[in-house]
Design a protein around this ligand. Sequence first.
Ligand SMILES: [Zn+2]
Length: 379
Amino acid sequence: MLPLVEWLRPRQAAMTRLLGQFVRAESPSFDKTAVDRFGRMVAAEWRRRGAKVTLLRQRKRGDHIRAEWNPRGYRARGQILVLGHLDTVYGRGILARMPFRLSRGRAYGPGVFDMKGGLVIALFAVDALNVTGCVPEKRIVFLWTSDEEIGSGTSRAAIEREARRSDAVLVLEPALGLDGRVKTGRKGVGEIEIVATGRAAHAGLNPKDGINAIEEIALQIARISRWNQPGRGITVNAGVIEGGTRTNVIPDRARVLVDVRAVRAGDMRALERKFRALRPILRGAKLQIRGGFNRPPMERKNSAGLYVKARSLAREMGVTLGEAYVGGGSDGNFTAALGVPTLDGLGAVGEGAHSPDENILIRALPERAALVAGLLATI
Ligand SMILES: [Zn+2]
């Protein structure tokens, strides 16, 4: 580890310069032209380092970039997948209000933390390995996708295909907290819609002919709310409710949208089964259940081994590397769910993702690059 970090520390200014170029190339998820322009910049950096770059062309979204770095050629023993994304949550023109700037040891700008800092870290990790002659045993595939911030609709298949061929997945999403904790667990996340159908009738003249769909939905919400188990990491939240037309009409339709999260894959499946098994409570009412989990949980058992390795590499540099469990999802959820060891949050150290104040700690850039390089060389 020491040769890596000693080579990287004096490169802090060069890393910051490249980061500035990346942040100044805006790349909103929905703007294909802009994402592709930024993608060409990233692809050129990888070609310069001898990687084989392939563009996975997309019609509506930006092209995904696959950069394969295989210093041992046909003698490579296995594959490591490094994941990240090119897109940011900000709209075009945000730089006018949120320019790239340096202040008191931090770099600010749209996407600087989530996750253009991670893209710079990967490039310098490879530089450090090349210069110090620590050549990885495995082929390394870097997959930079264009639509992570909008659910990874066009990239999920490619992510899963590469993950299946890999012995480990490193995700360069932001770290948690200014102490740079990596993410060893993420909840699975889903959305479920319950639609109740009743029968309309006049609330005054013939109430006995009506079946109240709102009442049916209310009873169902009371039932599913009891499935919350915060201590076990299971949450069920009725977040949106709709139904009814006028107060003197017994409503024949109502619906509720429910956010569901779980820490364990088994709990996720059990919860989905319970929703599917819901039956009407009012006589004559009908229920429809749609949706389910769209990102499975990233369970700690799939990250623990890589975390232990990363922690001991960090210790060699005199850095204490903590771990964190988070409620939100990333592309690491997909790869961990396939059973491939996955470590997330290896990217930049900073604060304020998706906010006007988004920033990173500049001095952490060389250390993070050394940590990624150390992992690539020793997995
Ligand atoms: Zn991100």
